[in-house]
Structure formats: structure tokens, C-alpha cells
Design a protein around this ligand. Structure first.
Ligand code: NAP
Ligand code: ZN
Ligand code: ZN
Length: 353
């Protein structure tokens, strides 16, 4: 299938219009028209080759919502016209112990990433949602619950599940004390989801600038990590910290905020951290952990949870040709709180907007 989108052609150039071929429909595939695609900080990392494994040309985008246009002969779950969503993975081995229990993100063979991955059958490069059309195995397409605002659903597919999953793993229940480090795309979803689960939520931001936002998103308080006195007063006050910071940083100042047996879960930085002190780990039997996205069943559970609680991201809609400016703003943490591309703008001249 011939389609078009925006691609990174190398690690240094701006994204540019790119026509390319998608695989034809296999019996288990659904084809869909992309309506909206969220912009994750991972898109920026991968376009710039921050993690060292980027292949070009690369069409980023793994927060995708669309309308089914065609289904393969063996597809049972979807039909033309259905609204579907795709997140960070489009396939896995589907037979290892992790896949069998619905943890495809932890597939022993590695899951197939939505973009910057390789198709398991043809080995061709996978390409993401900054494009007009997608083709995906039906098992990796999520059902968009009725009533969810489509224009604000896309960010749930990465920012939503990446923060929901650790809250389920570490058993957040009403009254749990949850800290969120970094109030960006992932961070603001973490606040909304934790509040939706009945947790007491503390935002840990670098300054107090986002205090008003944090409270209106559902947090109980904001602590500026630069305020040493406030940080010291908050010692032992949290059960779980979700750390969304996208760059190398020192987690040591956050560890004493955890109560005994508390856990700091890294979901942001992929790569080295500044060396943490083990003192707060040993003395408080605290832990540092990590968590990648979530499984397909859990992603559906998250979508249904968000639909039931009316939890949706705060989005700034952009045109496809504004992507490079959006990347620049994201790098400066100047986004409140998720950019979403209106894919209809791909074919519209700028002055028609
Ligand atoms: P984002 O929207 O840019 O938000 C990041 C937030 O981190 C910023 O709003 C800022 O919050 C804080 N921050 C930024 N630069 C910082 C710095 N130099 N030092 C300390 N704090 C800083 O990014 P995002 O889309 O939420 O993604 C966050 C990270 O998660 C990225 O690295 C992304 O690759 C990763 N990610 C991982 C997974 C996974 O599966 N684990 C999934 C998706 C994304 P304040 O202004 O409040 O301090
Ligand atoms: Zn992402
Ligand atoms: Zn597997």
C-alpha cells in the first residue's frame, strides 16, 4: 500500500514529507486511516538517535488513533469503520511465557516496535503513525471505547499505558501515596490516572511554575525538587514514585521521600543515570525499578478505565507540518501537556487551516 507521512531521514535534519510503501494486507491485518497521532518524547529521542539504534528513513509516532478501512480475511475483531488505536508495539512472538500471559511488551524475543523496528515476517522496517495509513495485526490494535473523545485519545496509547502499568504492578489503591517526577506528557497522565485510582498525588517538578496546573490536573500538592527544605520535610511520605525525566539525572534526592519498602520506578530515561547513593536504599529497604509500556490486555484495560473515569490528556493540536517546531518546544519542556497531530492536515495547504 502506497502512503505518505513525515520522516526523519537522518539524526540531524528536520523531519520532512516522505512517501513510502506499507505492506499489503495479510489475513490477520487491519488497515486504517490515521486520524490523530500523539507526539511522545521517545519520538524525539529516536529521530535524533539518542539511544544509538535508530535506522532511517524513520516515520515516528506510536500514539495512534484511526478508522478501519479494510480487514484481512481472517480478522474477527474489527470491521470497516471501527475506531482502533495502536501504541508502541505491533507484534511479538505470541508464544513465549510472557506473551502467553499478556505481557507482550516483555516478549522473550523482543516485541516488534511500531516504528524503528523490523517486521517479523519480511524484516522490512516498521513505520509509525506520522502517516496517513497504517497496517497492523488485529491482536495489536486496541478498541477505542465508545464515547472517548478521539482527538484526545491517542496519547493514552503510550503516555497513558506507561504510567498506568507501573501503578497496577505496584498495586496503587485508594489512599496510596504516589509521587510523579517531571510534569510533561507522561507525568500529567500519571497524575490523572493516579488521582483516578484514588491515590494521594505529589508532583515533583524542578520549580513551582506548574503548581497551579498540577493541582487542576488532580494532584494534591507540588514539591519543587530544587527546594531542599520542602524535600526534607516530605521524607518518608510516598509509597511509589514514577520518574518520567527524559535525560540522565540523579535520583538520590527523591529516594528519601519514599517510605520503608517504597519503590521509585524509572519510566523516562533509557541509558545511564547519575550514580545514586545507596544510603537511602539500604537504610529504608527502598528500591529502584524500571517499567516499559504495558501489555495489550492491560492497554485495553487502561483505555476502558480512562473511558469510565473520563480521564483524557490535555492536548495541543498541531498541523503535521508543525512537527519540527513541536520537537523544539518539547525539548524545552514547553508543552502543556501533549502535542497531537491532526492527520487531516497532511493534505491541507497551510493557509486553509
Ligand atoms: P516530556 O513531555 O518532554 O516531559 C518530560 C518532563 O520531564 C518535563 O516536562 C520536565 O518536567 C521534566 N524534565 C525535562 N527535562 C528535564 C531535565 N533536564 N531534568 C529534569 N527534569 C526534566 O516527555 P514525555 O513524553 O513525558 O517522556 C518522558 C520520557 O519517558 C522520555 O525519555 C521518553 O523517551 C520516555 N518514555 C518511556 C516509555 C517507557 O516505556 N518506559 C514510554 C514513553 C516514554 P518539569 O518541568 O515538571 O520538571
Ligand atoms: Zn512513547
Ligand atoms: Zn513472546
Amino acid at each position: 500500500m502506497r502512503t505518505t507521512g513525515y520522516a526523519a531521514l537522518d539524526a540531524a535534519s528536520p523531519l520532512a514529507r516522505f512517501d513510502f510503501e506499507r505492506r499489503g494486507l495479510r489475513p490477520n491485518d487491519v488497515a486504517f486511516e490515521v486520524l490523530y497521532c500523539g507526539i511522545c518524547h521517545s519520538d524525539l529521542h529516536q529521530a535524533r538517535n539518542d539511544w544509538g539504534w535508530s535506522e532511517y528513513p524513520m516515520v515516528p509516532g506510536h500514539e495512534i488513533v484511526g478508522r478501519v478501512t479494510q480487514v484481512g480475511a481472517a480478522v474477527t475483531r474489527y470491521r470497516e469503520g471501527d475506531h482502533v488505536a495502536v501504541g508502541c508495539m505491533v507484534d511479538s512472538c505470541r508464544s513465549c511465557d510472557q506473551c502467553r500471559k499478556g505481557e507482550e511488551q516483555l516478549c522473550r524475543e523482543g516485541n516488534t516496535q511500531t516504528y524503528n523496528g523490523r517486521d517479523r515476517i519480511t524484516c522490512e522496517a516498521t513505520q509509525g503513525g506520522y502517516s496517513k495509513h497504517m497496517v497492523v495485526r488485529e491482536e495489536f490494535a486496541l478498541r477505542v471505547p465508545d464515547g472517548l473523545d478521539l482527538s484526545r485519545t491517542a496519547p493514552l496509547l503510550c503516555a497513558g499505558i506507561t504510567t498506568y502499568s507501573p501503578m497496577r504492578t505496584w498495586n496503587v489503591v485508594p489512599g496510596s501515596r504516589v509521587g510523579v517526577v517531571g510534569l510533561g506528557g507522561l507525568g500529567h497522565m500519571a497524575v490523572k490516572i493516579a488521582a483516578g485510582m484514588g491515590a494521594d498525588v505529589t508532583v515533583l517538578s524542578r520549580t513551582r511554575d506548574k503548581e497551579g496546573d498540577a493541582l487542576s490536573l488532580g494532584a494534591n500538592r507540588l514539591l519543587a525538587s530544587s527546594d531542599e527544605e520542602a524535600m526534607a520535610q516530605a521524607a518518608n511520605s510516598l509509597d511509589l514514585i514514577i520518574d518520567t525525566v527524559p535525560v540522565k539525572h540523579d535520583v538520590t534526592p527523591y529516594l528519601p521521600l519514599l517510605d520503608i519498602d517504597g519503590t521509585l520506578v524509572l519510566v523516562g530515561q533509557i541509558g545511564p543515570l547519575a550514580e545514586p547513593s545507596t544510603v537511602p536504599l539500604l537504610l529504608g529497604r527502598r528500591r529502584i525499578a524500571g517499567s516499559p509500556i504495558g501489555g495489550i490486555a492491560e492497554t485495553q484495560e487502561m483505555l476502558d478505565f480512562c473511558a469510565a473515569k473520563n480521564i483524557l490528556p490535555d492536548c495541543e493540536m498541531i498541523r503535521m507540518d508543525e512537527i519540527n517546531h513541536a520537537f523544539e518546544r518539547m525539548e524545552k519542556a514547553d508543552v502543556r501537556y501533549r502535542f497531537v497531530i491532526d492527520m487531516a492536515t497532511l493534505d491541507q495547504p497551510a493557509d486553509a487551516a
